[in-house]
Design a protein around this ligand. Structure first.
Ligand code: BG6
Length: 488
């Protein structure tokens, strides 16, 4: 609005996330005319930097999808003109008060709305929240804080963080980001299910045999070993990204599309789940592997990782939602680094057609069931595997794909998840952010298992860099009469 401004302060402006994701996403929003008329961006970090240096850093690391557009550089100049820098300590109220002063100058008496994006390590997080809220929150508009994971390491530390945040902010001001919720195909999940009659009635134990959530990366922890070793793949990917997808997938129909209605249903799913059992998890860690004359390092070759680390870089797990809709349906998760491919998928395997007339004309029955695949990335797609007659005079069946490949169907580029989420935070839309009770329920599911793994010092199964992961994952699936869809 005419008389209001939005100031976005990126706390931790010289960090990786800020450079790779936050600034490019802000620029993309600017380019698409999605930012309010009066906005200012401030970078805040400890290092000494001038406004000009921040601008040159931002322009150098512009990795967003806009950088190939025609008038990108012109728009970039305009955008950079709205970016400023303030150097300060994260635990200094005084430094934040200086920032406040600068923000006020830019706001020039207009209604001030302030968004702080905390892109800093967990150990300095509370200090920054305290100082920002005490010394730099808006006096007449809204103040919101986006926080990045990790939100604690287990139930206790997460609860302590939640309590800590509550001293300075109310729940409505806190935007806990899980960037997977901002991915186009994850957002589309509810559209696919709730607005298609061919799917909605099938969405239960009656027709679905199992659901698979698969995250794989074809690179290791390169450069991030120090952070990663304190968390491991279960905390880094499963407890948040994959579990959030599961909750969205399995929830009951929300009363409306309102954020609270959706989050109410998600939290019910999480609270209906049984805590994970040790026998329902397989953990792995990548080891060095030589291929085509190139030697790929082991996880423990990373200088920032202890040589004897048992931190899992891979995990497969079977989870169960203990309610009327999903009783007995395994939700299998698999997440790993340094695997053979980079891909995130949701796979839904349907049951057999009872008394299938064509049983004897196809291959084995297991392969002949329908499977819906939602490929979140890369090459976003939704495809449905169906049985089909091979054209000709004989009667032979094979499996074909009904395929919706986004790149072919839509000419519009898919925005980065951070663009969607930043825009939502500016607009006060909370649907894609994690509420504190969801977070609590998510930790309750994983904490006993994480403790047991650590107390019993369970060793991960080693798998070669670039492989398909530990064979234990196959046995886990087989225990529930499931085959991983991505390997069949
Ligand atoms: C982050 C994890 O949350 O997600 C990283 O900490 C992981 O380990 C990343 O690499 C994957 O995100 P994306 O969007 O690149 O799939």
């Amino acid at each position: 609005r005419e008389n209001s401004t939005v100031s976005i302060t990126v706390v931790g402006a010289s960090g990786d996330l800020a450079k790779k994701k936050i600034f490019p996403a802000l620029f993309a929003l600017y380019y698409e005319d999605c930012l309010p008329e009066h906005f200012t961006i401030f970078g805040y970090a400890r290092s000494k930097m001038t406004d000009a240096e921040l601008r040159s850093m931002v322009s150098r690391t512009l990795t967003c999808r806009i950088d190939k557009r025609e008038n990108c550089s012109e728009k970039m100049e305009q955008f950079l003109g709205r970016c400023f820098y303030h150097s300060g300590q994260y635990d200094s109220e005084e430094n934040f008060a200086e920032l406040d002063k600068k923000l006020k100058e830019h706001e020039s008496g207009r209604l001030s709305n302030r968004l702080f994006y905390l892109s800093i390590p967990p150990n300095i997080f509370m200090d920054a929240v305290k100082c920002a809220s005490k010394s730099a929150s808006s006096s007449n508009g809204w103040t919101r804080v986006i926080v990045e994971k990790p939100f604690g390491q287990d139930s206790e530390s997460s609860a302590a963080l939640t309590q800590g945040l509550k001293q300075y902010l109310v729940e409505d001001q806190i935007f806990r980001i899980d960037h997977y919720l901002g991915k186009e195909l994850v957002e589309n999940l509810s559209v696919l299910r709730f607005s298609n009659l061919v799917f909605e009635p099938l969405w239960s134990r009656q027709y679905i045999r199992n659901v698979q959530l698969i995250f794989s990366e074809d690179f290791g922890t390169e450069g991030r070993g120090g952070y990663f070793d304190n968390y491991g793949i279960i905390r880094d990917i499963m407890q948040n990204h994959l579990l959030q997808i599961l909750a969205l997938f399995a929830m009951e129909t929300p009363v409306s599309l309102d954020a609270e209605d959706i989050r109410n249903e998600k939290v019910k799913v999480l609270r209906s789940m049984k805590p994970l059992q040790l026998e329902d998890i397989v953990i792995g860690q990548y080891k060095s592997h030589t291929k085509g004359g190139i030697t790929y390092p082991a996880y423990t070759d990373d200088m920032t990782v202890p040589r004897d680390s048992r931190t899992p870089t891979f995990a497969a797990a079977a989870l169960f939602v203990d309610n009327a809709r999903w009783d007995g349906v395994p939700f299998l998760m698999k997440a790993g680094k340094a695997l053979h491919t980079r891909r995130t998928e949701i796979r839904v395997q349907f049951r057999h057609v009872p008394g299938n007339l064509y049983r004897s004309f196809g291959t084995d029955l297991d392969r002949a069931t329908n499977e819906l695949v939602i490929r979140v990335q890369p090459d976003e797609a939704i495809y449905l595997k169906i049985n089909n007659k091979i054209p000709g005079l004989g009667m032979r069946l094979d499996r074909s794909h009904l395929n919706l490949l986004y790149a072919t169907r839509y000419s519009k580029e898919i925005p980065d998840a951070y663009e969607r989420l930043l825009l939502d935070a500016i607009e006060g839309e909370r649907r894609l952010f994690i509420r504190s009770d969801e977070l609590e329920a998510a930790w309750a599911l994983f904490t006993p298992l994480l403790k047991e793994l650590e107390e019993k010092s369970i060793s991960p199964e080693l798998y070669p860099y670039g492989s398909r992961g530990p064979v234990g994952a196959h046995y886990l699936a087989a225990k529930y009469k499931v085959q991983w869809g991505d390997l069949s």
